[in-house]
Design a protein around this ligand. Structure first.
Ligand SMILES: Nc1nc2c(c(=O)[nH]1)N[C@H]1C(S)=C(S)[C@@H](COP(=O)(O)OP(=O)(O)OC[C@H]3O[C@@H](n4cnc5c(=O)[nH]c(N)nc54)[C@H](O)[C@@H]3O)O[C@H]1N2
Ligand SMILES: Nc1nc2c(c(=O)[nH]1)N[C@H]1C(S)=C(S)[C@@H](COP(=O)(O)OP(=O)(O)OC[C@H]3O[C@@H](n4cnc5c(=O)[nH]c(N)nc54)[C@H](O)[C@@H]3O)O[C@H]1N2
Ligand code: SF4
Ligand SMILES: [Mo]
Length: 747
């Protein structure tokens, strides 16, 4: 076995891989496929197999179709699936490109040193497992099993979670909490006793008024939600979009409120003020269900639209008019909680304000507001009890983030960086399906953590930024080549969806299920892996539910009728108990108060961009998902790079033209490692610039995506941490333009 290296340099996998490999292109005229394409040629294929999509976390269920030669041809939506209603989004249709991407990881790799230079060498699976198991056992002996952590995003997480728990650690985190929707879950649980979850329980289909605070449905291509949004627009719903940028949704809106970024809290408080003091709120609903109305009323007394105008730049009469629009639509109104909500550090409190607005409008539990999802219960495989860990990530943060309901990816990373006040750090990482370098803010901190590790294993399908820092890379086959966990969906009707392999494994790759089991065997944890094949496990699970694998192969999706007629449990205002301390909707959050956090949301001013700097805001593009699709041959064709949106006034000051490449430099002197082209547009405020997240790849092995566009993540060096739950606010960073790159980064 190779000598362990103490310092980790980034390795681009140069010189490795099967050279000269020819790749069969899937037959599918991609560019002419309509957005949200329905299958127009059913019956033309020789075979179809069920799957659910792994291109994003909406997890639409679909069918993989094969051509006459049995090759994967195209993917279409499953008509029975509530996530997609038979239609895939452009990314999902382009998912085939993940399988055909010639840059994929093809065999296990181990970091080693050759002539003083760090390189990866190809390894057998057994060698890779032995290496990992030895290191894991060493960590266990020296510091305890809790010092192993798992970062995971995607369908294999459950199996690797089983491995880690069996090993003795609960340090398992996904970036979809502290970098995404954590604050919204905490804010809504603190108010209604229940979270929003995914897919969101928003009844957009039947709403009369939808208020979007930043959520950019349209660029945010979450399939079912986009479809419902489009239906609501067709049915004449009033859309109110609050966004410093003229988004796709803003284009469909009756009101676009181009708010000064970072001031949404003032607008929300002013809306609450108007609803209460103009007596526009749902008085019967509030009287019956809410706790703390008098406290709230007194609290917002001075938060008038005139007060908010000076902060948000939104005119008082627009604030009043939009509040009235919401009240007119009540209870069929949704003030959307958003999804990626880790913005400014006071995000849980902003979500509380959004929850309070919904409570005042009586939309929770009512048609056109928030419905009550139903979720099928699916048995998990039998196993001996997991050993009880002596501590978890919270141990590193005494008295902090007390309302966090799940482990924080950023918290585990911080708990890895050696600190004087800590007597135990995380020592080993397994990173599955998350490109932590691009995903976590403050890259310097992430790299400091990585340098302190005894072991970092990366499980991925592609050579990404994070794989370059691995000690061992385990290549996963794509979702088109494997079985996976059943997709269990909470929706208007609960459902499950099946994924089966649509093709043989193309390379020397394995599924996370296989890796978890085989590594488990090496670690002496066989009892936790009772099934020899994943097929057997799925069949057992389905049989426990009165179904079978054969039946599921034919239908792909199984829906379960609601056990009770309670989709809108608060229609007609019946007696109802909420899962809160008071059993009521808590306008005044008693749980927050008990933990020492403000029970009512307040406005705090955030730092403004210094002279010559602009706030860096970011979002999605309809044809890409984060950093994972940049190199996908199908999706790359649709959008090769991101651009930076610049207001014409700013462009004039700087003498910037459309398509001119610039480098961005942030408030801490960090310069983007690649240039980005300028897009001059009135659609962005003068105090901000905007770019799509996920570009600016630095791994040269990504033959298409490397160096294309710039990375927002690189420029997010300041993080504003949410005191309630540890979310990483990322929008408090400011950039200026450099017309030439720094010599060492200029390409
Ligand atoms: N195509 C595609 N769709 C996706 C994804 C993807 O990668 N690709 N990812 C999915 C995931 S996991 C998530 S979490 C969601 C995220 O998508 P959403 O939750 O819908 O959006 P956000 O990222 O919160 O916000 C982006 C918008 O916020 C605006 N904004 C920036 N600053 C402010 C501000 O201070 N105030 C207000 N009011 N607006 C502001 C930006 O201009 C932009 O329009 O998208 C999902 N859908
Ligand atoms: N700066 C900035 N940071 C952000 C965001 C942002 O907008 N800006 N958004 C935040 C949000 S909302 C979220 S949800 C997170 C998302 O964070 P991530 O999920 O980490 O996002 P990706 O960049 O898509 O990284 C996914 C990784 O999984 C790999 N992968 C794809 N398919 C498979 C598979 O089948 N198996 C395995 N093992 N690996 C696979 C990809 O190659 C890639 O390396 O990022 C958060 N971080
Ligand atoms: S929304 Fe698109 S990318 Fe996401 S799961 Fe559905 S089809 Fe796939
Ligand atoms: Mo997210």
């Amino acid at each position: 076995m190779s000598k362990p290296v103490s310092r980790r340099d980034f390795i681009r996998l140069a010189g490795l891989g099967a050279a000269g490999l020819t790749v069969a292109s899937p037959f599918f005229d991609w560019k002419h496929g309509e957005i949200l394409a329905r299958d127009t040629m059913p019956g033309l294929y020789t075979k179809r197999t069920p799957t659910y999509c792994e291109v994003c976390f909406w997890m639409c269920a679909g069918w993989v179709h094969h051509n006459e030669d049995g090759e994967i041809w195209k993917i279409t939506g499953n008509e029975d699936d509530p996530h997609c209603n038979g239609r895939f989004c452009p990314r999902g249709t382009g998912g085939v490109g993940m399988y055909y991407d010639e840059d994929r990881l093809k065999t296990p790799l181990i970091r080693t040193e050759e002539r003083g230079k760090q390189v990866f060498r190809e390894a057998s699976w057994d060698e890779a497992y032995t290496y990992i198991a030895e290191k894991m056992n060493l960590i266990k002996e020296k510091w305890g099993p809790e010092c192993m952590a798992l970062f995971t995003h995607g369908s294999g997480g459950h199996y690797l979670g089983n491995l880690l728990r069996a090993f003795g650690s609960n340090n398992i985190a996904a970036p979809s909490y502290a970098q995404c929707r954590g604050p919204r879950e905490v804010g809504f649980i603190g108010t209604f006793g229940e979270g929003i979850d995914s897919p969101e329980r928003t009844d957009i289909r039947d709403t009369k008024c939808l208020v979007l605070i930043g959520s950019h449905i349209g660029e945010n291509m979450h399939n079912g939600q986009v479809q419902e949004f489009s239906d609501a627009v067709d049915k004449g719903a009033t859309i109110i979009t609050v966004d410093p940028r003229f988004s796709i949704a803003a284009g469909k809106s009756k009101f676009w409120l181009p708010i000064k970024p970072a001031t949404d809290m003032a607008l929300l408080l002013a809306w609450i003020h108007v609803l209460i003091y103009d007596e526009l709120y749902d008085q019967k609903y509030v009287e019956k269900y809410a706790y703390g109305f008098d406290e709230l009323k007194a609290h917002v007394k001075t938060f008038t639209p005139e007060w908010a105008y000076g902060i948000t730049t939104i005119h008082p009469h627009i604030i009043r008019e939009t509040a009235r629009e919401m009240a007119n639509a009540s209870p069929s109104v949704i003030v959307h909680p958003g999804r990626h909500v880790t913005w400014y550090g006071d995000d849980t409190q902003r979500e509380r304000a959004i929850a309070i607005l919904n409570a005042l409008l009586g939309s929770w539990g009512r048609r056109g507001g928030f419905y009550n999802p139903a979720k099928p219960s699916v048995p998990t495989h039998p196993h001996p009890p997991y050993p009880k860990p002596k501590r978890d990530w919270r141990y590193a943060f005494p008295d902090k983030y007390k309302l966090a309901g799940l482990a924080l990816a950023s918290g585990l990373c911080d708990a890895t960086v050696p600190g004087v006040s800590r007597d135990c750090n995380v020592r080993g990482w397994i990173v599955n399906g998350t490109n932590l370098i691009q995903t976590l803010p403050d890259q310097k901190n992430t790299l400091a953590a990585i340098q302190a590790l005894e072991l970092i294993v990366v499980i991925d399908t592609m050579p990404m930024e994070i794989t370059g820092y691995a000690d061992v890379i385990l290549p996963e086959c794509t979702y088109l080549e494997r079985y996976d966990d059943l997709r269990i969906s909470a929706h208007r009707e609960g459902s499950i969806a099946l994924r089966v392999p649509a093709a043989e494994k193309k390379y020397n790759t394995k599924s996370a299920w296989e890796m978890a089991r085989e590594l488990g065997m090496k670690l002496g944890l066989a009892d936790y892996f009772p099934f020899k094949t994943q097929e057997a496990e799925l069949d057992w699970q389905l049989k426990e539910m009165g179904l079978s694998l054969d039946e599921m192969r034919k239908i792909g999706v199984k829906k379960f009728p609601r056990p009770a007629d309670d989709l809108y449990p608060l229609e007609g205002l019946p007696d109802y108990e909420f899962y809160t301390n008071t059993g009521k909707i808590e306008l005044y959050a008693t749980q927050f108060e008990a933990e020492g956090y403000p029970a009512l949301p307040t406005y705090t001013a955030h730092e403004e961009p210094p002279y010559g700097f602009y706030r860096l805001i970011y979002g999605r593009a309809p044809m890409h998902t984060f950093s994972r699709t940049g190199n996908n041959p199908n999706l790359f064709d649709l959008m090769e790079e991101n651009v930076v949106w610049v207001n014409p006034k700013v462009a004039k000051e700087w003498g910037l033209r459309n398509d001119q490449p610039v480098w961005l430099e942030n408030q801490d002197g960090v310069i983007s490692s690649s240039s980005i082209k300028v897009r001059v547009t009135e659609r962005i405020r003068f105090d901000s610039v905007y770019m799509v997240h996920g570009f600016g790849h630095t791994n040269a092995k990504l033959s298409r995506a490397y160096g294309r566009g710039a990375s927002d993540s690189e420029l997010i060096t300041r993080v504003h941490i949410d005191p309630e739950m540890g979310g990483t606010g990322m929008r408090g960073n400011f950039v200026t333009f450099r017309l030439e790159g720094a010599p060492e980064v200029q390409s």
